[in-house]
Write a protein that binds this ligand. Sequence first.
Ligand code: ADP
Ligand code: MG
Length: 303
Amino acid sequence: MENSILSIKNLHKKYGKVHAVNDVSLDIYKGNVYGILGPNGSGKSTTLGIVLNVVNKTSGEYYWFGGKLETHDALKKVGAIIERPNFYPYMTAKENLELVCRIKGVNSEKVDEKLEIVGLIDRKNSKFKTFSLGMKQRLAIASALLNDPEILILDEPTNGLDPQGIHQVRDIIRLIASQGTTILLASHLLDEVEKVCSHVLVLRFGKILYNGKVDEMVNHNAYFELQSSNNQKLIEVLKYHPELENFEGNEEKIIAHFKTQVEASELNKFFFEKGISLNHLVKRKQSLEEQFLTLTNSIETQS
Ligand code: ADP
Ligand code: MG
């Protein structure tokens, strides 16, 4: 595919008994902002580590730029920050970036341009050791941008920052995305992904819970409330619905989740044709936050 930046297919990673990445697939296309969202330990960093060639996969495949380049050459077109930023403490911001330019073999003319993007141009002659954590993180982003990468990869870019620092880093990510750079970021923060990303891969225990557009996620996890004069019979019929994922309920009300998008009218027809008339049929959508809470709560009960 023309605009493919990265394609991950059925990736697995096992650390002994821990299945850290369990059948993860993800397609990244030019110009979008992708989030990998999941609680701590869900396999986000491991996934990033594999495609960046610092963690060995157990099985599965990934292809950079449509498979035209070997990983080593492809990674020259990738900017990534997966660890705490580390620079020389007694050198200035500018000197540190000039050093990175020499190491990467890129023209040091880029330094000011990138410092401008991350809002550090006024502090370019300050020593790194005088920087706040947020400024250090922004310098790391500038550094990752020096070779004008096709994609910028960030692992938990706002971890440990104060609210102002978080806000600044998110603004910078949006700015970089608006200039056409594709972005992939891992985060355990729902609101970060909601505010910054167009697409999201939700992981739990290394498995995909959702993969798609952020704004379609709400629709995806819709569910139905159902009720008839005979709920027992309703359940018997419901069990035969080909798209049924699961249900719960009692004499009062049945809650049904489906694997695919089901419309209320279709469902009504389905029951009617099987001799059941519903006296309650409501389609409800969980907010992103509710969905994410469901997700993290079920982790707490399992661990
Ligand atoms: P996340 O980034 O989502 O917090 P990780 O990818 O860091 O998750 O970890 C996923 C799982 O793999 C966790 O259970 C973690 O303990 C385990 N894990 C990660 N790295 C290692 C390692 N080097 N050795 C053993 N287990 C690891
Ligand atoms: Mg991590």
